[in-house]
Design a protein around this ligand. Structure first.
Ligand SMILES: NC(=O)c1ccc[n+]([C@@H]2O[C@H](COP(=O)([O-])OP(=O)(O)OC[C@H]3O[C@@H](n4cnc5c(N)ncnc54)[C@H](O)[C@@H]3O)[C@@H](O)[C@H]2O)c1
Length: 373
């Protein structure tokens, strides 16, 4: 993937080789995995114009009952086995929000069955899973959009466009980013689904969770990492080596193909009273002419000659994300999504690379992942 080509694709989409768009006709959806996130996606879908929910699928009968009552307007059929959804002629698009280790298999099967796919992040938790979904997507006449909804925050888009197109900081050199929270309470862990705490099913904190933040860093870097090095573990309630249970802290250094450098850290050790760095999630992008606080949309001149400047236009600042409405708009317009398969695969592989660097306590290169992208 050449950086410039990728950026054009992300910003404008491409209409080539997609299945015939259904125009303004009704789009019929199926929903696989309707737990916490799947319910939220189902609610979003029910709010879309000219969209009908025709099938729901979950292995948990309680989840199926809850989804059926939520979507009672459309009276969807209910399934336990996701493969039953593949043969349904009255399903155009599928929303997948199952545990992370199932995404790639389910998404590939849906793409092969000719469905459009909205798949929760991460695309996969191993290079092999990412490759499976990538290959299915290349065969498909439909498309996959990944649930990395930060790509659909209008404020973030406006700021990143000024870094890429208007060169507000000149050449960007370094991104520093963090995600800090207070320690995870044992009762919060106990309320989590089993798959979440098991790194072999979730992909661990960096793949399940930080993939959102790391993707924003990939987006602003407009490149992909060549290598990663890092350290992390489960620090609390007692220190446990990485890989045995989901980490609660790690730091990773990435060097990108274009020589940019990302320093990302995530910690669930932040005392409530510690005000420094307490602003949960942030990203600073340092360049030859200055620094951008990406989350707040503020530019700081490197020489300090000018006052810090607001970058997000009035009216855009408070606009919410529109990932789901754009998914249906892409189907209707025959456009490829902004957060499509390349974004999905690059983000998942970046996170996997960081995780393997932490687990193996050595530098891991992109080439070692063995996926052609
Ligand atoms: N984009 C976001 O902001 C965001 C937020 C939260 C979660 N997520 C992602 O959404 C996914 C689901 O997370 P969650 O918190 O909803 O988990 P969850 O455990 O609440 O929901 C998962 C659902 O999948 C069902 N399921 C498991 N195996 C299945 C199978 N073989 N066939 C059909 N259904 C199956 C479970 O019964 C459950 O109802 C994860 O990948 C997570 O990373 C994304």
């Amino acid at each position: 993937m050449k950086a410039q080509t990728a950026r054009r694709t992300f910003l404008f989409g491409t209409a080539a080789s997609l299945a015939a768009a259904p125009g303004d006709r009704e789009i019929r959806t199926a929903h696989i995995g309707i737990g916490n996130r799947g319910t939220s996606l189902l609610k979003q879908v029910l709010e879309q114009r000219n969209v009908r929910v025709t099938a729901i699928c979950d292995i948990d009968p309680k989840a199926r009952d809850a989804a059926q009552s939520l979507a009672h307007r459309d009276n969807p059929r209910s399934f336990t086995e996701y493969r039953r959804v593949l043969d349904l002629n009255d399903v155009d698009a599928v929303a997948i929000a199952s545990p992370c280790d199932l995404h790639a298999e389910m998404a590939s099967a849906c793409l092969d069955a000719g469905k459009y796919v909205y798949c929760e992040k991460p695309l996969g938790i191993t290079p092999e899973q990412v490759d499976l979904a990538l290959k299915a997507s290349r065969r498909a006449k439909t498309f996959l959009q990944i649930g990395q909804q930060l790509r659909y925050m209008p404020g973030l888009r406006a700021v990143i466009a000024q870094i890429h197109n208007d060169k507000v900081i000149g050449t960007p050199f370094v991104v520093k980013a963090q995600r800090h929270s207070t320690p995870v309470r044992p009762e919060a862990d106990a309320a989590r689904p089993q798959w979440y705490l098991d790194p072999k099913r979730s992909g661990d904190l960096i793949v399940e969770n930080a993939v959102h933040n790391i993707d924003v860093c990939n987006w602003v870097a407009d490149s992909r990492p060549a290598s990663a090095f890092g350290h992390g573990k489960r620090y609390l309630p007692k220190s446990v080596p990485a890989g045995s249970i989901m980490m609660d802290g790690f730091s990773v250094e990435y060097i990108y193909e274009n020589d940019m450098h990302l320093d990302y850290s995530q910690l669930y050790l932040h005392p409530r009273a510690l005000k420094e760095l307490a602003n949960g999630q942030w990203y600073m992008v340092f360049g030859e002419k200055g620094t951008v606080n990406l989350s707040k949309g503020i530019f700081y001149d490197i020489a300090g000659a000018a006052e810090p400047r607001e970058m997000i236009p009035a009216g855009v600042r408070d606009a919410g994300e529109n990932a789901m409405s754009d998914f249906f708009a892409c189907i209707r317009d025959g456009r490829r999504p902004f957060a499509g398969i390349e974004v999905a695969a690059t983000a998942a592989l970046t996170a996997i690379m960081g995780r393997e660097a932490i687990y193996q306590r050595r530098m891991i290169t992109w080439k070692e992942l063995g996926v052609t992208l």
